[in-house]
Ligand binder design. Structure first.
Ligand code: SF4
Length: 236
């Protein structure tokens, strides 16, 4: 069986963002990503300069570590990255579901995988212009289709500025049937630099005022709770 490149496995902690915010969760962070977002706060799971820190693991080894961390209590497991969709997490999901765990996965939507259909929650997070990436909407559409069998698929968009906000309106309009989550971006990417909770709150207020002024009532607007609590610290 193909080994997975794993940047870190940690938890249980709470999910800090999106549809499952506050949910007790164990995180599997996959190593490697096909994007290079200008404001990525997970470069240790993206940049090949960190490749030596990514553990090559059999799916069963990944699963044993998740089970140990959760004490065998069937929590939610979130597969993130990097872009987890460039690897095959189907075996890990199958092992966990056999023991009653729930699985979420967050990906930018650039690579579709059949195992999206096995998830309880697929979070598709297309990256706005401030990321300096260009979304391949055909690939994104393939991801939406691959996730049709999932328990739920949602869209989550990070907003840094007015241009991102306008872009998000157009992007979200492609799939009006999917729940939509917006969150203000975090411009601080250095894990050693503290992030003031007030700064997070100020950016959240800016975004809340924009959607209410526009009477755009579709999205749920949320902060990154983990950034408010821990800044960019890893493994929490
Ligand atoms: Fe980082 Fe996510 Fe962008 Fe990859 S897609 S570079 S993990 S923000």
């Amino acid at each position: 069986m193909t080994r997975l490149r794993i940047a870190e496995i940690f938890g249980p902690t709470i999910q800090g963002e999106g549809a499952l915010i506050g949910e007790p969760t164990v995180f599997i962070r996959a190593g490697g990503c096909d994007y290079r977002c200008s404001w990525c706060d997970s470069m240790h799971a993206v940049d090949s300069a960190f490749r030596d820190t990514w553990a090559p693991m059999e799916p069963a080894q990944v699963w044993e570590q998740v089970r140990d961390l959760s004490g065998g209590v069937p929590l939610t497991v979130s597969i993130s990255g990097g872009n987890p969709a460039i690897q095959d997490f189907a075996p890990v999901i199958a092992m966990g579901k056999a023991e009653g765990y729930r699985f979420a996965c967050e990906t930018q939507g650039s690579v579709a995988r059949p195992w999206f259909a096995d998830l309880d929650m697929l979070v598709l997070s297309p990256k706005p212009p401030s990321s300096d990436q260009v979304v391949d909407w055909d690939a994104f559409e393939a991801c939406v289709q691959a996730g049709r069998g999932a328990g739920q698929t949602v869209i989550k968009i990070v907003i840094f500025d007015d241009r991102d906000y306008q872009w998000a309106q157009d992007a979200a309009a492609r799939h009006p049937e999917l729940p939509l989550y917006l969150q203000p971006g975090n411009p601080e990417v250095d894990p050693d630099v503290p992030v003031a909770a007030q700064d997070v709150a100020d950016r959240l207020l800016w975004l809340v005022e924009k959607v209410t002024a526009d009477r755009w009532f579709r999205p749920r607007v949320l902060p990154q709770l983990h950034v408010m609590l821990w800044g960019n610290l890893r493994g929490v």
